[in-house]
Design a protein around this ligand. Structure first.
Ligand code: ZN
Length: 236
């Protein structure tokens, strides 16, 4: 029985280490995360500028279409002006021409304004693009550093997984199942050390009777958190 508790304790230690390594594998180191944040921010800004340019480009094309329609109309009215037969028709044609000219002018102004806006945004976009080249270089370097550091972490994870599997195989089936059940229910900690006669997880005091059982190497559960208790042998 004593052997089981020792194995359970080692299994717990291995699983705790495994959990930490896996967490490390899934989290970006701060050196990379800082560059990454900067890089994402620049990309978001570039995307935003591209979208604005696209919207303005559409608007420009729409105004341009309307402008050529109006210019056609103006030509038509000017042609009509040549064929008027009296003063009244003449005045009416002039009125149309005048209104259309005004409209053409408005559209031209609007198109010019849109083009100026697009130009300014395009300049911002070019500046951003040029400025981001060195940032991308920094990003690549930090990303490579991070990825290569993961290699040793991954092999450690593999080793720990193998060790955990070996330990689990060495346990009686019932004890293994019990361990897994507590592990699931208690935040991945099924076995806890006894320190100062108390459970190191929940601080519940171990009663003398249970303490004697522990000393004999029996499987003892904490009366507070129901985890398996582990008493370090005095020589170790
Ligand atoms: Zn406890």
């Amino acid at each position: 029985m004593n052997q089981d508790v020792e194995k359970l304790w080692e299994l717990q230690t291995v699983l705790t280490a495994l959990g930490e390594r896996e967490k490390q594998l899934n989290s970006k180191p701060e050196s990379f995360a800082a560059v990454d944040r900067e890089w994402q921010a620049v990309n978001t800004e570039i995307e935003k500028l591209q979208q604005q340019i696209e919207v303005l480009g559409k608007e420009r094309r729409r105004v341009d279409g309307e402008l050529s329609d109006e210019q056609e109309l103006l030509k038509k009215y000017q042609g009509q002006l040549m064929q008027v037969k009296n003063q009244q028709q003449y005045a009416a044609a002039w009125k149309e021409i005048d209104a259309t000219r005004k409209h053409v002018k408005e559209l031209e102004d609007s198109e010019l304004k849109t083009m100026t806006e697009i130009e300014a945004l395009q300049k911002q976009l070019d500046d951003r693009g040029n400025g981001s080249a060195s940032l991308k270089e920094k990003w690549d370097i930090e990303h490579d550093k991070w990825q290569s550091s993961l290699g040793s972490l991954r092999s450690e994870v593999e080793k720990l997984k193998k060790r955990a599997a070996t330990l689990e195989e060495g346990l009686p089936e019932r004890v293994g199942r019990e361990f897994q059940r507590i592990l699931k229910q208690r935040q991945a900690v099924a076995v806890v050390k006894v320190t100062n006669d108390s459970c190191s997880a929940c601080r519940t005091r171990v009663r003398p009777a249970l303490y004697q059982q522990l000393k004999r190497g029996e499987l003892v559960y904490c009366e507070g958190c129901h985890r398996i208790l582990y008493l370090e042998s005095p020589q170790s």
